[in-house]
Design a protein around this ligand. Structure first.
Ligand code: MOS
Length: 720
């Protein structure tokens, strides 16, 4: 067998649309997910969740439940194994689940107070539902609203700078030709992936072995090792197939509970969350109350840009929904101020949810820009052209590449923007008022250290080992294309191994950083392997393996503003007599570096845009003030876009070369959501002449707003 990979006919595969390498396994049911993988002697755990929002759990009397059929153990704060509650954690602070079964505190409705383990899942559930837990209740506060008296500026929150400021916003507001000063709100929203969270833990010859569904098994293994004071090498986490995650699949209570039970029972224990349990246990997007103040010259050039955003956090740990980061990238002004504030409430800890920060932040900023365009009498796209910054507005750093205006240009051409009558409320078709709107999109293009190994096998195939997480995005397929390109072979000769912490540390599938991070490591290892193979000689039975670690190369990257960009376009039809809003068209054009696999990339963009539509019109989790819990916490009660709500969605991209970049790839997982809700709200304004600053744009809100507009047009005050 020759070792040469040079192939005169090879023209490259990155950029060619390929179906998923595991696609056949998935559609035939051969792909098994974490909750389905069989184990001998498997026991099943069922979580018991608190029914009060704040207080203490009284000593748990588990005698009656222990006598029920099949029940093996009941773990709770009185008997569960102790963990290191002061551990450092991957983000420099303990994970929100750190207190699980460690004390009697109840911080919110839905906090796990016990785990019942039995021979079968049904027995565990029956016993869990029979367990009577008593509480000493305390008064709770779950009410989030703008101007909450408890709002404070967080310090030392991981990954987010609380505040940035330059210039004098007040002074610019006083002397500017045009001012926008408005409040925007977004509700609590939930990611609830198709595959519920599931973990099986067991001890295997002194090693902790966990089969899980997560976004990064290196991360989950490292957190568990710290939490249980274990040597990192003695923890293995596998996560072969993941049915969606969206920020919710890190370390959650079920993995910790499964490890505790497996340790106590010395048997494999599986804990699967029900869909209802996912609502309080796996994080969510905080509601936001945002205030934007813009000051502009007569031509729309910004003189002041201010974005203050309040979100909520739990009493367990701080989490910041970083909505105000968007303006730090998108818009400069002489005076520039961005601020995050938190309100601590007796609610579950929020977390990253697809496009954390930018999704709600872009609704406020990109709506406010549209309001400014209206006031100045400038086209919304022209306004953005006029305010395009040369360098990072806060950092002063150059952009690695910034092709947002190319996105607007291409989008405007394809959407037919030039024919748009700027006046609101003038297009009518039967009962429908029609309007179009646009918004910018951006999301960071970060990178995290990763290791990879690429092996040339004696049979002429190659094996790529990288602890990527394929959470449904097509990560395996993308990495096969990246490796194939370097090795100059067809991708069907590449075998992918992902989703196993024993493969070595790698970046999580999060923050739109996976593909860029893993591709870098795969490119380095494949490149080195190619060089070794070029030397000639045979391949030994164990193959020839080249390894990479990108940590040093990442450390040597010059400081720059690195982001993906995009432009969103929406057409909305509004019936102001029923309050119905239908989105007729969505178009997203993106600049996101090299698109590795157009087939799966387009799916990612369209999926994100569908989230944006759902955010604009449907989604809101309602918290019951009396009980502190969610109303209708399931996929029937939590309203989101259904098939009939989703129109033709087009997503495409422009060339986005990143000069000097060693990877050439940016992230695409989250940017599809960004700006869509604003584009739709702007289209609803264009259709009706009424601004909606509160999401979702529900029929009752459309009706009330239309009624108020009619009254004020008739010279009477609203509600008179
Ligand atoms: Mo994404 S919300 O960082 O998984």
């Amino acid at each position: 067998m020759t070792t040469k990979t040079d192939n005169a006919t090879f023209t490259g595969v990155v950029g060619s649309g390929r179906t998923r390498v595991e696609g056949l396994d998935k559609v035939t049911g051969a792909a098994r997910y974490a909750g389905e993988i069989p184990f001998a002697e498997l026991a099943h755990g069922w979580l018991v969740l608190s029914t009060v929002a704040r207080g203490r759990v009284r000593p748990v009397d588990d005698a009656a439940v222990l006598a029920m059929p099949g029940v093996l153990a009941v773990l709770h704060h009185g008997n569960a194994p102790r963990v290191d509650t002061d551990y450092i954690g991957m983000l420099g602070r303990p994970n929100p689940v750190v207190g699980l079964f460690q004390n009697d505190r109840v911080p919110f409705v839905g906090w796990p107070v016990a785990l019942v383990v039995a021979e079968t899942s049904e027995q565990a559930r029956e016993a869990a539902e029979a367990l009577v837990v008593h509480y000493d209740e305390e008064p709770h506060d779950v009410a989030f609203f703008a101007g909450h008296p408890g709002a404070y500026t967080p310090q030392d929150t991981p990954l987010v700078e609380a505040e940035t400021a330059k210039g004098d916003v007040e002074a610019e507001l006083e002397t500017a030709a045009f001012v926008v000063d408005e409040e925007y709100t977004t509700p609590e929203e939930h990611h609830n992936s198709m595959e519920p969270h599931a973990a099986t833990a067991r001890w295997d010859e002194g090693r902790l072995d966990i089969v899980d569904s997560n976004q990064g098994s290196s991360w989950v293994a490292a957190e568990l090792a710290q939490l249980f004071s274990l040597d990192p090498s003695s923890v293995r986490v596998r996560s072969e197939h993941v049915g969606g995650a969206f920020g919710s699949k890190g370390l959650n209570p079920h993995q910790v509970a499964a490890v505790m039970a497996a340790t106590v029972l010395q048997r494999p224990v599986r804990v699967v969350l029900t869909r209802r349990q996912m609502f309080p246990l796996v994080g969510f997007r905080s509601p936001t109350a945002q205030r934007i103040r813009l000051a502009a010259d007569a031509d729309g050039r910004l003189r002041a840009f201010e974005h203050r955003s309040q979100s909520l956090t739990s009493t367990v740990v701080e989490f910041v929904e970083a909505s105000a980061v968007l303006g730090r990238v998108m818009y400069d002004a002489d005076a520039h101020h961005t601020l995050h504030e938190l309100v601590r409430l007796d609610v579950p800890t929020p977390t990253w949810m697809r496009a954390p920060g930018e999704a709600p932040g872009s609704f406020a900023v990109e709506s406010a820009l549209d309001e400014l365009a209206e006031k100045c009498g400038v086209d919304p796209i022209a306004l953005r052209v006029r305010n395009e910054p040369a360098v990072g507005p806060v950092s002063g750093l150059p952009f690695s590449s910034r092709n947002v205006l190319a996105c607007f240009e291409e989008g405007a051409r394809r959407f037919g923007w030039a024919d748009r009558d700027p006046r609101p409320g003038v297009r009518r078709e039967g009962r429908w008022l029609l309007g179009t709107g646009t918004a910018a999109a951006t999301y960071p293009s970060g990178v995290g250290p990763s290791t990879a190994a690429v092996t040339a096998e004696p049979d002429g195939t190659f094996t790529v080992r990288i602890n990527a997480a394929d959470i449904g995005t097509g990560a395996r397929t993308a990495m096969a294309l990246v490796a194939a390109d370097v090795l100059e072979v067809e991708p069907d000769r590449i075998r992918m191994r992902v989703g196993d912490s024993d493969l070595g540390p790698a970046m999580i599938a999060g923050g739109s950083m996976g593909t860029r991070s893993w591709a870098w490591a795969v490119k380095l290892a494949a490149g080195e392997l190619r060089e070794r193979l070029a030397l000639g000689g045979g391949i030994p039975p164990e193959g020839i393996t080249a390894r990479s670690n990108t940590a040093d190369a990442i450390g040597a990257l010059p400081e720059m503003e690195r982001h993906s960009f995009g432009a969103q376009f929406a057409e909305a039809a509004v019936d102001v007599t029923t309050g119905e809003v239908r989105v007729r068209r969505l178009l997203g054009i993106y600049a996101a570096g090299t698109i590795v696999n157009p087939l799966t990339a387009r799916s990612q963009f369209i999926g994100g845009m569908t989230w944006g539509l759902s955010m604009a019109l449907h989604e809101e989790a309602i918290r019951d003030q009396a009980s502190g819990g969610l109303v209708g916490a399931d996929l029937a009660g939590y309203h989101f876009a259904a098939n009939a709500d989703v129109p033709v969605i087009e997503a495409d991209w422009v060339d986005d070369h990143i000069p000097g970049d060693p990877v050439g790839i940016k992230g695409i997982g989250e940017i599809g959501v960004v700006g869509v809700a604003a584009a739709i709200a702007n289209a609803v304004w264009h259709a009706t002449g009424v601004r909606h600053r509160e999401l979702p744009i529900r029929p009752d809100r459309v009706l009330r707003a239309a009624e108020e507009a009619r009254r004020s047009a008739a010279g009477r005050s609203p509600g008179a």
